[in-house]
Design a protein around this ligand. Sequence first.
Ligand code: SF4
Ligand code: SF4
Length: 377
Amino acid sequence: MELPVVALPRPSSSVGVLPPLYARWMDEFLGQGLPTETKATCAQCAMCAYQDGQPILNDYTFDPAIKCCTYIPNLPNYLVGNILRDENPDMAAGQSSLRSRMEAGEGITPLGVSLSSMQQVVYSHVAMNRGFGRSKDVRCPHYVEGRCGIHRHRNAVCSTYYCKYDRGQIGLDFWSRVNVLLMHLERELSLWAAMQLLDDPKLLAVMARHDSMPILGGKAETRAPAGNWVNVWGKWWHEREAYYQQTAERVNGLSFAEVLTIGGATAQFRAQSMRRGYEEQMTERLPEQLTVRELKIRHFGPEDCFIESYSPTDPQAVPQPLLEVLPYFDGKRSVAEVIAVVDQEKDIVLDTGLIQKLVDFQILVQPAPAAGSGSTG
Ligand code: SF4
Ligand code: SF4
């Protein structure tokens, strides 16, 4: 027996959560909007801390001069086109930073704008050395005066990353599913758009590059065509901005049903998986029994204990009295029994909403099935 399933309010639109193009696609597919992650307060970054007005920099905080933008985005051709053709004055800084990347040359192909080989080397080094959120060496070129210059057309990774999730692990799972779907679509749609504009011989070189990249731009120059990209661009070399804008025009005109056809079976599977994640995100459901997960204590405060559970960037402050009653969740008694016993023995009323939060944040988990109780298939 499970406690009642609660359906949470569903937003009517994803506008404001995702870039306009991706918001429209998600709304078409789900028939409703994606939820906002309110704990990732980007304007006043939730990962930055201060003392006497000065930033505190340690293993748990991000540098306010960078936030989480220690990342250089690969941009599929149609997002490049959308950035360039957007007349909103807020886009001026992003257009300028994009043009600087394009003028630098390397990694600029009919599929989009990707990392140069030097940027890849530096980024791998930073990623391996805990530089995320801290190293200015890989500050995004589109990060301008504390904000994203291409926010209205940011890519899948930037659109789906949050340092904290309102529903903890459930939110992380859901946004990961949106991420892998959109990343796949960026890869496939950029090729589809190139096919609309390039002739066959030039497409062969583009295909070689597409096939060498599990993620757009992942290994930028490893399978570059013989000669250089000038030959591949052909007549478009001197009209690259016009080319990118035309790819945007074509992709912007697609319905999400058409996008899924272009994306093939992988896109369709990932979209269904995302829909399942969405249903989980929008409902609350407590398992019948729960147990305490092995917890990493970050530190004890005077009243709270800071626990690292599902994510190192989202530790949870658990009040001491609550910490003391967690062992009542022993994986054998039902949640309803634990609530009654804790009330009787500790005079503490455990609210089901609070228990749901402990589940969402993976402090309480479903007990592992007893050995031999699973299906033998
Ligand atoms: S998502 Fe990035 S900018 Fe937003 S609050 Fe988190 S670390 Fe800060
Ligand atoms: S594109 Fe925008 S959100 Fe993404 S890393 Fe750059 S500044 Fe940050």
